[in-house]
Design a protein around this ligand. Structure first.
Ligand SMILES: NC(=O)c1ccc[n+]([C@@H]2O[C@H](COP(=O)([O-])OP(=O)(O)OC[C@H]3O[C@@H](n4cnc5c(N)ncnc54)[C@H](O)[C@@H]3O)[C@@H](O)[C@H]2O)c1
Length: 255
């Protein structure tokens, strides 16, 4: 297979569903070997099957990205068995509740930050330990439009995603001298497991729905729209791009 990520070894977190699955499939199609990370082995195996059916290669590791040491083991094994760690897309994320500050529970706050921010930190730290001595590497973190602009009832989620954007910029600054780039992708609305129920509820109120859609000039995106942005940032065409947060949002932040 000949592609833009030929001979690259990649790790994609949250690869069993939604955006992560599409990112993993896109990277494999472009020639990368992809380690598929997530919590549910059966979902990861579906992604693996789809990659293999299309002639790509990947493997599955089922774990919690925020657990101390879990991502270190994955990166160490990839380096030991495949020689190097080239690419990370830190995509795993959760939405527990949609609430303003006064309704936000301690549990929601702690768990959202644990997965969305600590999980990204542990994933990035795990690969940087290999990328620095290699003097090369490329990280993409999946933040959100909620990491670029305020939105109603996104207290914990918004805080975690603004955190991801800031965290990623710091990596860009600290590790550029090692030939490492780091960027965030900030998706707008793509209908996936994370928001299906909330979007369904909104659709049942036509007035609310039409106001909401006025903020989405190009409508909703597809998972591959986000995957293609990740592919661009991980490719050599983006070699002078680091520390950005790229809106991939159908015009949401503009509107
Ligand atoms: N869909 C959208 O509209 C949208 C918009 C902006 C940002 N995002 C972000 O995109 C990313 C992917 O979301 P999605 O829309 O594909 O939803 P999704 O729920 O389909 O995917 C999230 C994946 O992350 C995995 N995951 C969650 N917690 C984990 C953990 N602790 N360890 C390992 N894996 C874990 C889940 O199992 C799931 O497969 C998330 O970070 C989300 O915040 C999505």
């Amino acid at each position: 297979m000949n592609g833009r990520l030929q001979n690259k070894n990649a790790i994609v977190t949250g690869a069993g569903t939604g955006l992560g699955r599409s990112i993993a499939e896109t990277f494999a199609r472009e020639g990368a070997f992809v380690v598929l990370i997530g919590r549910r082995r059966n979902k990861l195996e579906q992604t693996l099957q789809s990659i293999e059916n299309n002639g790509g290669s990947a493997e599955v590791a089922s774990l919690d990205v925020a657990e101390i040491g879990a991502m270190d083991e994955v990166a160490d094994r990839l380096a030991a068995e495949h020689g190097k760690v080239d690419l990370l897309v830190a995509n795993a994320g959760i939405v527990i509740a949609r609430e303003a500050v006064l309704e936000t529970t301690e549990e929601d706050w702690q768990e959202t930050l644990r997965v969305n921010l600590t999980g990204v930190h542990r994933s990035c730290k795990a690969v940087l330990r290999h990328m620095v001595p290699q003097r090369s590497g490329n990280l993409v973190t999946i933040a959100s439009i909620c990491g670029q602009t305020g939105m109603a009832k996104r207290t914990s989620y918004g805080a975690s995603k603004f955190g991801v954007v800031g965290y990623t910029r710091n990596i860009a600054v600290d590790y550029a001298r090692f030939g490492i780039r780091a960027n965030s992708v900030c998706p707008g609305f793509v209908e996936t497991d994370i928001n299906r129920e909330a979007l369904h509820n909104m659709r049942s109120d036509p007035e609310r729905w039409s106001q909401f859609m006025a903020h989405n000039p190009l409508g909703f995106g597809q998972p591959e729209d986000v995957a293609n942005a990740c592919l661009f940032l991980c490719s050599d065409e983006a070699r002078w791009i680091t520390g950005i947060d790229l809106s991939v949002d159908g015009g949401y932040t503009a509107a």
